[in-house]
Design a protein around this ligand. Structure first.
Ligand SMILES: Nc1nc2c(ncn2[C@@H]2O[C@H](COP(=O)(O)OP(=O)(O)OP(=O)(O)O)[C@@H](O)[C@H]2O)c(=O)[nH]1
Length: 343
């Protein structure tokens, strides 16, 4: 690292960013989940390993309480789970959720999926239901709920994909029928899992939270300018280790300069040879999401952080209808932007 390089201590405040992405199908899905709660034995709440705090959704606390819950931190492979640094974080996260159990998973790891299956089997073995054990997977958009369902079903029953997955949020838009993930023993009914649409938080307190959720893919990419997201990623890369992008540029806080260098190096050029900064920003972000520019946790995980976050959420409490209004404004603004760019 160049001796003179000083990474930014804070990311500039961007008041113009949207603070909500709570869409109609999120609300509809949540209402349906509530009606299904009485016939659900276990709620499996998925959270993204890279944002254990920012992904806290007060709507789930409010709507799904009173049911036994298993918390699964997905995409642990992208947060470098297993490193010494993270084992302390995982202990803190477990404490946050106590008495609920917590598992950390990578959907491609047979060991992790097997551990989840073991938990589900053990849970089901205490059930007396004649219609099988009913589980429901919930979580923020794009956190990996459908992938988890597919992985459980594939490992347990050797069956093909039952739920559609994708790298943008909102692939699952409604609740369909539950899918068997474990055969019943001695002719019993087994375990069924219900996939649900991702539900975004009603209101995001500040731009930093919104950028984190956008970076991990909970918000559709077109909502926040690509270069702003790339700049926010650069801010984190510099915080962790600027050599993560050493192939393209010396340590820098100037995202345009980095994107230009990447554009020339990867051939992302417009007609006339000018670097295509938007296309390069998308590529840069996608590569990070694939784990190619470092794997790390974006939130600051400390013992008291969850309590502080809860206080923050409570003090900024926003009703669902206010959240929907804010979300409609985001959609209208997006429409205006598209109309303006179409001339
Ligand atoms: N690296 C990694 N990627 C994952 C993992 N789990 C899911 N993904 C990827 O994350 C993306 C989103 O997965 P989905 O299963 O569609 O997410 P979802 O929560 O069902 O999304 P919604 O439809 O928005 O509710 C896909 O590209 C998956 O391949 C994981 O453990 N590790």
């Amino acid at each position: 690292m160049a001796a003179s390089f000083v990474p930014r201590a804070v990311f500039p405040v961007l008041d113009s960013l949207p603070r909500s992405y709570y869409l109609g199908h999120h609300n509809k899905g949540l209402q349906k989940m509530k009606t299904l709660l009485s016939s659900t034995d276990l709620v499996i709440e998925c959270r993204d390993y890279r944002v254990p705090l920012t992904s806290r959704n007060p709507l789930f606390e409010e709507s799904l309480s009173g049911r036994m819950r298993l918390v699964v931190y997905t995409k642990k492979d992208l947060g470098s789970a297993g490193s010494k640094d993270n084992s302390g974080k995982e202990d803190i996260i477990r404490k946050w959720h106590s008495p609920y159990p917590v598992l950390f998973s990578d959907h491609k790891s047979r060991k992790d999926v097997r551990r989840l299956l073991q938990y589900a089997k053990e849970f089901a073995s205490h059930s007396t239901s004649l219609t099988g054990t009913r589980m429901m997977v919930v979580g923020m958009p794009n956190v990996g709920k459908s992938s988890l369902l597919n992985a459980l079903r594939s490992l347990s029953l050797g069956k093909k994909k039952a739920a559609k997955t994708g790298d943008q949020p909102g692939v699952t838009r409604s609740i369909s029928t539950s899918v068997k993930i474990i055969d019943g023993a001695d002719g019993g009914e087994g375990v069924y899992l219900l996939d649900t649409p991702g539900v975004f938080v009603p209101y995001v307190p500040d731009a930093d939270h919104m950028l984190k959720l956008a970076l991990v893919g909970s918000v559709k990419d077109s909502i926040i300018p690509y270069t702003t997201m790339a700049d926010y990623l650069l801010y984190h890369l510099n915080r962790i280790d600027p050599s993560l992008y050493a192939k393209y540029h010396d340590p820098t806080n100037d995202v345009a300069s980095l994107l230009q260098a990447v554009a020339y190096s990867t051939g992302r050029l417009q007609k006339g040879g000018e670097p295509d900064l938007d296309a390069t920003a998308v590529w840069f972000i996608q590569r990070w999401r694939n784990g190619d520019f470092g794997r790390f946790v974006l939130d600051d995980v400390r013992e008291d952080a969850l309590e502080r976050k809860k206080d923050e959420d409570a003090s900024r409490g926003m009703s669902v209808s206010q959240a929907r209004k804010a979300a409609k404004e985001v959609i209208r603004a997006r429409g205006r932007k598209i109309a303006a760019s179409n001339g």
